[in-house]
Design a protein around this ligand. Structure first.
Ligand code: FES
Length: 155
């Protein structure tokens, strides 16, 4: 991976205002912002580690933990909440052997997040996997969708 980091460092060395593009490229290469990679890039580019870390921890678009190949976003907005989203998130976590702290499945297939509103409240309760919305979910329907992703991964 240091080859990739070296390429990123070479591209942005001594360029001011490059912290955000550097972070974007690290995340694209590694799937998340690894603190070891930040240290490495900081040493190579001269961008202060505190600046990189401060930006990485401020913006929600940067992920500080390893993520699965598919990201499940369960809506916890008002319409979804009153339609049972909390129980839905719990059922998905249980199905994938996840907790509120352990958000990525052991097989690296799924990461689960709870989000405010996915903008399709009339379909509550809603989850989004990558860029696809699944609405009017029941536990059974949600778990069936997850199983389709698992099956697709194994074929
Ligand atoms: S509250 Fe869930 S999509 Fe809006």
């Amino acid at each position: 991976m240091n080859g990739t980091l070296d390429a990123i460092a070479a591209k942005y060395k001594d360029k001011s205002g490059s912290a955000i593009p550097v972070l974007q490229e690290i995340q694209k290469a590694e799937g998340y912002i690894n603190p070891e990679s930040l240290r490495y890039i900081s040493d190579k580019t001269g961008i202060p580690l505190a600046e990189l870390w401060g930006i990485a921890t401020f913006y929600s678009m940067f992920h500080l933990k390893a993520r699965g190949r598919h990201v499940i976003r369960v809506c916890k907005g008002t319409a979804c909440h009153v339609s049972g989203a909390e129980n839905l998130a719990s059922a998905i976590r249980k199905h994938l052997d996840l907790t509120e702290e352990k958000i990525t499945s052991d097989d690296g297939l799924f990461t689960i997040e709870e989000v405010a509103c996915l903008g399709c409240c009339s379909l509550a309760p809603v989850m989004m996997i990558d860029d696809t919305i699944y609405g009017k979910l029941t536990f059974r329907k949600a778990l069936s969708v997850l199983d389709k992703y698992k099956t697709a991964e194994n074929t």
